[in-house]
Write a protein that binds this ligand. Structure first.
Ligand code: SF4
Length: 536
């Protein structure tokens, strides 16, 4: 039975603070059911903010209900067929974790971004399930095709009326974000087939989904790529077998140069794009619609321009109002989807809120003590770790490495420049841009931290990422040159499998730095040391 550790009187002090939800300390840690990461009750944020958060929570349920209502029989069949789909049943709880501690403009901005991703996810899941042969062939089956999830799917917009699904995105990558232990199940499936268990857990989860045959069977081709790293390449065989239906479907590798800033690779990148377009023209039996494609690029450019304005606000002020979780996820999700209708609609709304905060000098994260840059690949199962950094220690991650990709504006007038810009875009996939595109890109962390006016660097230590592990000595050497300028804190994790590095271990590493090196007191003592090993 859950019991309050801090009384209401002690927490709020007065009725006014209770009604406004602006108490000094939120005591977030006491809301967890002992031993789990499950909240015993919803967060009280004062009357106004609690009502707003509850309303958005109901909207999420309605959207999820809308997915089932599109074809209840097919969706129920999908739930029995695909274990990963069950994760989405707790999407509202996932959003609650992402917004813990949020108040006022931060809450509104974060929930707008989350709502956009929920709407897009509902559409994407439906597009993939309605076309799935395993659930019964339909008119959508041939029109919906599979793309590797590290490839942005922009090219599909040159074939209006067809759809591309970034296959691993919802069926693999997103799983630990929602249910932290679900990635582990698929890791075990991959390892049981003989894939080495010491590999990065991200490709292991992708492979696990493939070996148990849980990717929907859609379209007639698989657009694959050379993936950002050696670990990811190890899953190519399993992915090929599953997504080409054992060689029955056409497969095209849209490869992109790893040394993307080498002038000699641009031509190759452009050539690859034309080849991919030609391949798709043959598959769909119709020509590429350049005007429809340009239209999509213009919409994507617009969201990117707005994103750059938001970065500018983050860099110059304390008025940015997306929290660290939503800032990162909104950005990376957009990178994959492009300026589709939900992003085109939500992005200006977010920007308006940012400017409102600037004009009225609202500081959405008033407890900030340190502004941080988060670098390297972050954990998925502890995505809310960045919220914990803020709520427990006042470390606000204003930007992270994976956000800083794919933001170049594409020229839509001159085809030659457009294709060069696009090739550049495709080569800057998440993880590839900084971690595997050459050591000099990893070391961009210092100038990036300066640009965003940070005094702290949270250095993610994914113990399965061989590329980053190989650079550890170099990094430590470089850190020594910057210790006077930045607090640099390693935060360990294992990307998709919390059994290897539990969230408590990541918190322990930060706690140790904050107490032993900086001698700081936590903002919320209930968050310093708690057991969340069980739960979702
Ligand atoms: S974390 Fe490292 S090893 Fe894993 S997919 Fe990313 S770049 Fe590859």
């Amino acid at each position: 039975m859950w019991k309050r550790k801090v009384s209401i009187k002690e927490q709020y002090g007065s009725l006014k603070h209770f009604l406004k939800g602006d108490e000094d300390c939120h005591y977030i840690g006491q809301r967890y059911i002992e031993g789990t990461n499950i909240f015993a009750r919803r967060e009280w944020r004062g009357v106004k903010d609690t009502s707003y958060a509850f309303y958005r929570w109901l909207v999420t349920w309605v959207k999820m209900g809308g997915l089932v209502a599109r074809d209840p029989v097919r969706i129920v069949k999908a739930f029995f067929r695909y274990r990963w789909l069950s994760a989405y049943l707790i999407a509202p709880a996932m959003i609650d974790r992402w917004i813990e501690g949020d108040r006022g403009m931060a809450l509104r901005c974060d929930l707008a971004a989350a709502d956009c991703m929920i709407s897009d996810s509902v559409d994407t899941l439906w597009a993939s399930l309605r076309a799935d042969r395993k659930l019964g062939e339909t008119e959508w089956t041939d029109k919906t095709v599979a793309f590797d999830y590290t490839l942005p799917k922009h090219l599909i917009f040159g074939f209006p009326g067809t759809y591309a699904i970034n296959m691993q995105q919802h069926a693999a990558f997103m799983l630990p974000l929602i249910r932290k232990e679900l990635g582990s199940y698929y890791v075990d499936q991959a390892v049981s087939c003989g894939i080495p268990g010491d590999m990065c857990t991200l490709p292991l989860v992708e492979t696990g989904v493939a070996v148990v045959g849980e990717y929907p069977d859609i379209g007639n081709f698989w657009m694959t790529t050379n993936n950002p790293c050696d670990a990811n390449m190890m899953d190519n065989n399993a992915m090929y077998r599953e997504l080409s239906a054992n060689g029955k479907k056409a497969v095209h590798p849209l490869t992109t140069p790893l040394m993307y800033d080498d002038p000699t690779t641009k031509e190759l990148g452009v050539h690859e794009l034309y080849e991919a377009i030609e391949f798709m023209e043959q598959q769909f039996g119709r020509p590429f619609d350049w005007e429809a494609f340009r239209e999509h690029l213009r919409a994507t450019n617009q969201v990117n321009r707005e994103e750059l304005e938001r970065w500018d606000i983050y860099a110059r002020t304390d008025n940015g109002c997306l929290n660290a979780v939503l800032q990162g996820l909104f950005r990376i999700y957009f990178y994959q989807q492009g300026g589709t209708k939900y992003f085109a609609k939500t992005s200006p709304k977010l920007l308006k809120m940012f400017y409102e905060c600037v004009e009225k000098d609202i500081k959405p994260f008033p407890k900030t003590r340190h502004r941080a840059l988060a670098w390297s690949c972050g954990s998925t199962y502890y995505i809310q770790g960045v919220s914990w950094l803020y709520n427990c220690w006042g470390i606000l991650c204003v930007i992270n490495m994976d956000s800083l990709t794919g933001h170049n504006i594409i020229d839509t007038e001159d085809e030659e420049i457009m294709m060069e810009d696009l090739a550049d875009w495709y080569s800057h996939t998440p993880m590839r841009t900084h971690t595997v595109g050459g050591n000099r890109h990893i070391l961009q962390m210092f100038e990036t931290a300066e640009k965003f006016n940070c005094d702290t660097i949270i250095m993610y230590d994914d113990i399965g990422c061989k590329g980053m592990a190989g650079a550890q000595g170099l990094l430590e050497e470089e850190f020594n040159k910057y210790r006077d300028r930045f607090h640099i804190i390693w935060m360990p994790h294992s990307l998709m499998d919390p059994r290897i590095v539990p969230p408590a271990e990541a918190r322990r590493a930060v706690n140790q730095y904050m107490t032993d090196v900086l001698h700081e007191e936590p903002l919320d003592p209930t968050l310093v040391d708690f057991d969340d090993s069980m739960g979702w």
